[in-house]
Write a protein that binds this ligand. Structure first.
Ligand SMILES: [Zn+2]
Length: 125
């Protein structure tokens, strides 16, 4: 079942093929999100575990991305993946199934974290 969902997910988002093109000179940060967990029901906050990137789907469409703030503040960040919202994010998967988020995430309240998620790695701004 998970495999089928993954395939659907790949169809929806495509595989990020650009990620290999650029060779970065600096050392990459460690991998934070190893994979993406696709669910069809929004989990409650306590079900969102550390370092788990959750995508909630509805009728096979991705609608929310949820994960705990990587700064360690335990805040659950939920991002809309729906175009109908004024602010929405795009999730791409690389071939190892690790997520890339666009645009960056900026917590305007609480911890004020500002970071990019790229290939499952956290790039702090
Ligand atoms: Zn935080």
């Amino acid at each position: 079942m998970i495999k089928i969902l993954k395939n659907i997910f790949q169809l929806l988002f495509g595989v990020d093929s650009k990620s290999k093109r650029k060779k970065t000179k600096y050392k990459k940060p460690p991998i934070y999100f190893e994979s993406v967990t696709v669910v069809n029901k929004t989990p409650s906050n306590h079900e969102v575990l550390d370092r788990v990137f959750i995508v909630v789907t509805f009728q096979c469409k991705p609608i929310w991305a949820l994960f705990r703030c990587p700064c360690g503040c335990q805040h659950v960040i939920s991002l809309s993946l729906q175009r109908i919202h004024k602010t929405f994010w795009k999730v791409n998967l690389n071939k190892e199934q690790r997520p890339t988020l666009n645009p960056s995430v900026w917590q305007i309240e609480k911890c004020h974290s500002h970071f990019w998620v790229k290939d499952g790695r956290i790039y702090w701004v």
